[in-house]
Design a protein around this ligand. Structure first.
Ligand code: AMP
Ligand code: ZN
Length: 133
């Protein structure tokens, strides 16, 4: 837990989240300002800043969960595809300095432009319930 880290605060339960999945090592929750419906963030509970300072064991655990969660999101939402995104450094658009993987569902022909849209809290709560594993 890093004091100044919002994702550590979420992992620690100090800040609420629209939780989709949790185990000892990993937490997944809806992005509150999603690119698209069903935009999920997957984080290790252990703080690291980005891909390069995450230990291999933790990273392996996270990536395996990313696969499992993406499969679940695809099945529940019936999307045609999805992105897995992971930004490193300000230059790459990283705004939260706790390593995280984005799962962003895609539907054929959808107009996604990788812009955050302010999430509706009621919709996010209902969606998290549908997606909860
Ligand atoms: P990145 O640009 O890769 O650092 O992505 C950070 C993401 O975290 C953005 O898409 C934000 O919308 C999302 N985000 C920031 N704060 C929260 C929060 N409290 N709960 C859920 N998602 C968040
Ligand atoms: Zn952190």
């Amino acid at each position: 837990m890093r004091n100044d880290c919002i994702f550590c605060a979420i992992a620690d339960g100090e800040i609420p989240s629209f939780k989709v999945y949790e185990d000892d090592l990993v937490l997944a929750y809806l992005d509150i300002n999603p690119f698209a419906k069903g935009h999920v963030l997957v984080i290790p509970k252990l703080h690291s800043q980005g891909l390069l300072d995450t230990d291999d064991e933790t990273l392996s655990a996270v990536v395996v969960r990313v696969k499992r969660i993406a499969a679940h999101v695809k099945e529940v939402l019936g999307c045609d595809g999805f992105h897995v995104l992971q930004n490193n450094g300000e230059a790459a658009g990283q705004t939260v300095r706790h390593v995280h993987f984005h799962i962003v569902p895609r539907w054929t022909g959808d107009p996604l432009n990788f812009v955050n849209h302010k999430g509706d809290m009621d919709e996010l709560a209902a969606l998290a319930e549908r997606l909860r594993m």
